[in-house]
Design a protein around this ligand. Structure first.
Ligand code: TRP
Length: 437
């Protein structure tokens, strides 16, 4: 069985070297593993929660998409799309919102942090809190459940949100699944092996600490300037240096080809390699990996229409999954085409000329269905959604020719009005009519 791996990238800011090492590079590597089907998307609706500057939203989406593509994401293998290109996600968000306990959202980290800060400042706890921020975990649950992801690689701060997605999915399954698992319950995956890259000052590399090394911005010059600002101790050239605990070495490790290279660098430092020289080696090492990507990045940024095209292709792959599944979910909650819902009186001993029951096939929200209506128009049998019209046609054909024997395994639900006996006799009538014809 292929495993489905899904993750979202909130499109705020410009990716730095820490994002590359901690998220982009491992995700792309993981997407090449056999037996996985990866869904990576730009969480641009989530970005709107944090940012009301359209120009920044626009710029960040392009930069982040270009970064992933330049870093080697293979859009033939991976379904790579924008959240905002998939209307099914927002529609599912509402279905989930209706089964999510408000109390649980009160405890979500992002909201709680804002509420606690307000309380500490003596403000109304909800000051400056939008409904977007409050409902953030529900949108995220929809992102994940829409595609029935098994594994969701995220940072530690997001684990609670994945657990909330599990809870909501479970509740939905219980309420509407009629014994079936409509949603796969996702598992958070925090990659412990991937080191978080230290920044210039040794703390975790982060915009908020202003200690980042740019990924592509500023070219090789920008990389050199940043590396020059990495804090080291003040040992002079020729003096032995302690490589353990030097974050310059930690950054080197993240790019070194293998352990032998890591050990060699340490040995040189112990032997007195100057920090200035060590920094030049580090720049050369990083540049060897990201230099070619930077060229691809520049090319993409000069041709944003290529990025747009790749994302639209991704969106259509994603919607091929989302559209029929949402049709099934709508059906499950009772948003169904209008057909007779009350049982008419059972037809009295029909004469030989009585009208026959009828199969109808139809298409709704991109999925294919069939139903069987009795002689008086009541729905006796209703199918679930199918991705292919051919599949619906094949089932109708089997039910018509084999009768009730074909019910076993057929993708059908009983309407409340339909007694099994009624369905069986309707099918028997059709089989008999087909044999006479
Ligand atoms: N909230 C996530 C973050 O800030 C991004 C995200 C949005 C996401 N939807 C997701 C991650 C679904 C995983 C799955 O990192």
């Amino acid at each position: 069985m292929t495993e489905r791996v899904l993750t979202g990238i909130t499109t705020t800011g410009t990716p730095h070297l820490g994002n590359y090492v901690g998220a982009i590079r491992p995700a792309i590597a993981a997407s090449r593993a056999p037996g996985v089907e990866s869904f990576f998307f730009l969480a641009d609706y989530h970005a709107l929660i944090k940012c009301d500057d359209p120009a920044r939203i626009e710029r960040s989406r392009i930069e982040i998409a270009a970064t992933w593509l330049a870093a080697g994401l293979d859009t033939q293998r991976v379904t790579f799309y924008r959240q905002s290109d998939i209307p099914e996600i927002t529609e599912l968000t509402w279905l989930l919102t209706c089964v999510t306990a408000k109390g649980q959202m009160n405890r979500a980290h992002a909201y709680k942090a804002a509420a606690d800060a307000n309380a500490a400042a003596g403000e109304d706890i909800d000051a400056g809190v939008s409904m977007g921020l409050f409902s953030y975990p529900i949108l995220m649950a929809a992102d994940i459940l829409m595609f029935n992801a098994h594994r969701v690689p995220v940072g530690r701060d997001q684990v609670q949100h994945i657990e909330m997605a599990r809870d909501v999915g479970q509740r939905f399954n219980h309420l509407f699944g009629a014994g079936r698992e409509l949603f796969t319950l996702p598992q958070a995956e925090v990659e412990e092996a991937v080191a978080t890259l230290p920044g210039l000052d040794g703390r975790k590399m982060s915009k908020s600490y202003d200690n980042t090394i740019p990924l592509f911005e500023g070219g090789e010059r920008g990389l050199k300037d940043a590396v020059a600002r990495i804090v080291t101790d003040s040992r002079l050239p020729g003096e032995p240096k302690d490589p353990e605990g030097a974050h310059l070495v930690t950054i080197y490790d993240a790019f070194a080809a293998d352990d032998a290279a890591r050990q060699a660098f340490r040995a040189e430092l112990r032997a007195g390699l100057a920090w200035g020289e060590a920094k030049q080696r580090l720049v050369a090492l990083i540049e060897a990996e990201i230099g070619p990507m930077r060229a691809r990045y520049a090319e993409l940024m000069a041709h944003p229409e290529r990025i747009e095209e790749a994302l639209l292709e991704g969106a259509s792959k994603a919607r091929a999954v989302a559209t029929p599944f949402l049709a099934e979910l709508r059906h499950a909650v009772g948003l169904r085409p209008m057909v007779a819902v009350a049982a008419p009186a059972a037809p009295k001993a029909a004469g030989p000329k009585a009208a026959l029951p009828e199969f109808k096939q139809y298409r709704e929200d991109g999925a294919f269905f069939f139903k069987l209506t009795g002689a008086h128009g009541a729905v006796l049998l209703q199918s679930g959604p199918m991705a292919e019209g051919r599949e619906a046609g094949a089932w109708v054909k089997r039910l018509r020719t084999e009768g009730a024997a074909a019910l076993e395994g057929a993708p059908v639900r009983w309407e409340a009005s339909a007694e099994r006996a009624q369905v069986e006799s309707a099918l028997a009538a059709l089989v008999a009519a087909a044999q006479q014809a």
